[in-house]
Design a protein around this ligand. Sequence first.
Ligand code: PAF
Length: 282
Amino acid sequence: MRIIEDPADLALPAFRDCGFVPTMGALHRGHGSLVERANQDGRPVIVSIFVNPTQFGPKEDYARYPRTLDSDCALLEPLGVAGVFVPSVEAIYPRGLDAARVEAAALTLPDVATKPGLEDACRPTHFGGVALVVGRLFDLVRPSAAYFGEKDYQQLRLIEDMVAADRARYGGLRIVPCATIRERDGLAMSSRNRYLAADERDAALALSRAMQVAHSAQRVETAERLMRDTLDSFGLATEYAVVRDAETLMPVRGFERPTRALIAAKLGATRLIDNTAMTVWR
Ligand code: PAF
């Protein structure tokens, strides 16, 4: 497994037509499952580790975001990864961070990243930074396929639409959605779970419980009320708990088309998100 610091090394024949797993490090089994999915496609796999400053808001956790390169490499090595790309901030943003922030803010994002009023409303500068860095990483790595977890469902939909809208730039790049990996008790794996204090760990189950309860509902309003009530009962502060069209993420009246339940809630200082596909009732 080669550690790649210089983007020029990405042009080596060993990395051509690769499968690509972009990450911010602090890797866990969820990331491991993205690599395993990429391996199934039979291409060399490149994982990037870059804590991207432009996708964090001014009051968010950029400075304290866990940086755990040694244990990240220990997780990746046995999975047969060809290269781990660990670019510097300068390599990704050669014109400086201020210029990058301006560029991120000026991007035209697909509707799914600006209209639904979910992460786009709660973290107004987030998706500009995500689109900017993912576009840069795709330009440097030139993968044939890239693998994203459904855990960040609105991010996944943004990347799918961004790539579909600019085939001149991204060519035949395929975006492959990968199922969320959960702890045995249902908690979705996340690098931010390590922020949870021991006594918060149980309360964090509120999100998966809320979605389980919502599955029993036959009306959208009922599902949303049940989710909010469950989050309340575990003492979480709900940011949103909604059922949306699985493609556009806009509000729906019923479950006729594929829908998705999506939750964001705060537990103390930690912000947790989760989502699940809802049943299609016919
Ligand atoms: O999902 C993440 O870890 C990040 O948002 C990504 C896609 C690596 C961009 O920094």
